[in-house]
Design a protein around this ligand. Structure first.
Ligand SMILES: [Zn+2]
Length: 219
């Protein structure tokens, strides 16, 4: 029966299906390779064996163009610079940062630019241990200005996960906030959602440990 049905399917459709399956497979493999490269860079950072780079040469070779494979949405915290923790060179990483890695329109637009115009195939949303923005959001205290209020407001929904009597549980809010932002990146952007649905974009949720320097992939 199966053979009979298959015999009725035009050869062109069979070939097209095979090509699409191969493209999907290579896209998945490519995303895995991209993450493996990031993880390898982070490992070099963790063990203190970062790459010696010819920044002068890199700078000159990148004056006309850039093709960062990875975009990172992360916190502005001075202890968590994405290029350093992933041991990346110039032109390798398109980084969008704000306190608490908020996904406001400017951040989403920046990510859209990276994916649509620079060819980034992965967005890493990265939170971190001891995030001051998350702790401020979950403290219940009123921020000192409307601008600081704008920083903490998007995080407050994640504070329900923590136990106020146990400060170490703030990490639950950090991870929950990363997850929410990663989901919102797609719900707030038709362009990124389309790229994601077409298998051209991978969203990674990640957590950085201040103590170890390690970046863990959460999803
Ligand atoms: Zn932070």
């Amino acid at each position: 029966m199966f053979l009979e049905l298959r015999a009725c399917v035009p050869v062109s459709i069979v070939i097209l299906s095979a090509v699409l399956a191969m493209a999907q497979h290579s896209s998945v493999a490519s995303a895995d390779q991209t993450w493996n490269d990031l993880a390898a860079g982070n490992h070099r950072f963790v063990v203190g064996k970062i790459t010696q780079r010819d920044f002068l040469g890199q700078r000159k070779s990148l004056t006309k163009t850039q093709h960062p494979r990875v975009a990172v949405l992360s916190c502005s915290d001075s202890r968590v610079p994405p290029e350093l923790v992933f041991d990346a060179g110039l032109g390798e990483m398109f980084v969008v940062r704000s306190a608490g890695e908020d996904d406001d329109p400017e951040s989403i637009g920046s990510l859209e630019y990276a994916v649509e115009h620079l060819g980034s195939v992965m967005i890493v949303v990265m939170g971190h241990q001891g995030c001051g923005a998350v702790m401020a959001a979950c403290s219940g205290e009123k921020p000192d200005s409307i601008n600081l209020e704008a920083v903490v407001a998007p995080i407050i929904a994640s504070c329900a996960r923590i136990d106020p009597k146990r400060p170490e549980t703030v990490d639950l809010a950090v991870r929950d906030h990363v997850h929410r932002v990663a989901q919102e990146v797609l719900t707030k952007s038709e362009l990124l959602k389309r790229a994601f649905d077409e298998g051209k974009l991978t969203i990674v949720e990640a957590y950085y440990s201040l103590e170890t320097g390690e970046v863990s992939r959460l999803r």
